[in-house]
Design a protein around this ligand. Structure first.
Ligand SMILES: [Ca+2]
Ligand SMILES: [Ca+2]
Ligand SMILES: [Ca+2]
Length: 177
């Protein structure tokens, strides 16, 4: 528990600027995780850094029940609109809007859970019904990690840049600028 708390304290300090403007779920993410990780991490109710399938299903059911205002087991277009507005307000650009996949005018629990289920299956590399922070950081994540350039490579790029700049200056001089 203390370890996770330390983790989050560090996260709030070193979070890349690009994430700063985003909604709560994403800005609470430990460092190195793609914004999409918030999609699953919000179901980690016991805060142990592991999302079990049970935690996800319970969370999805609760969210579905909250969105299904008339309690008929179906999200009609008005309920879908309200839920999508809520997601947009919460997740901003990272929001995943609901979709009535079979176009029957009703988003059922299965359709409601579709995005979370596919992401869970994609990330759960060990297929043990649990998604860990390590797996969320893994290569299966839908958003590419930042490219790290080695020092030597950085130097090479810099000198290539410098050369190009000098050539450009030379050209401009010969053109009489
Ligand atoms: Ca958990
Ligand atoms: Ca309904
Ligand atoms: Ca449907």
């Amino acid at each position: 528990m203390a370890r996770i708390a330390g983790f989050l304290a560090v996260a709030s300090q070193v979070l890349p600027l690009a994430l700063m403007g985003q909604a709560d779920a994403a800005s609470r993410l430990p460092p190195g995780l793609p914004p999409a990780a918030a999609l699953l991490l919000r179901y980690d109710v016991n805060n142990d850094g592991v999302v079990t399938r049970e935690e996800m299903e319970a969370g999805l059911k609760a969210e579905f029940a909250a969105a299904d205002t008339n309690g008929d087991g179906c999200l009609n277009p008005a309920e879908v609109r309200a839920e999508n507005d809520r997601r947009l307000a919460r997740d901003g650009a990272a929001a995943s809007p609901l979709k009535d996949w079979n176009l029957d005018g009703c988003v059922d629990l299965k359709e409601f859970s579709n995005t979370a289920h596919s992401y869970f299956d994609l990330v759960d590399k060990k297929k043990d019904g649990k998604v860990t922070l390590l797996e969320l950081r893994g290569p299966s994540m839908p958003i590419a990690p930042p490219v790290t350039v080695s020092r030597a490579e950085a130097e090479r790029l810099k000198s290539a840049d410098e050369k190009k700049r000098q050539q450009q200056e030379q050209q401009e001089r010969t053109r009489g600028y």
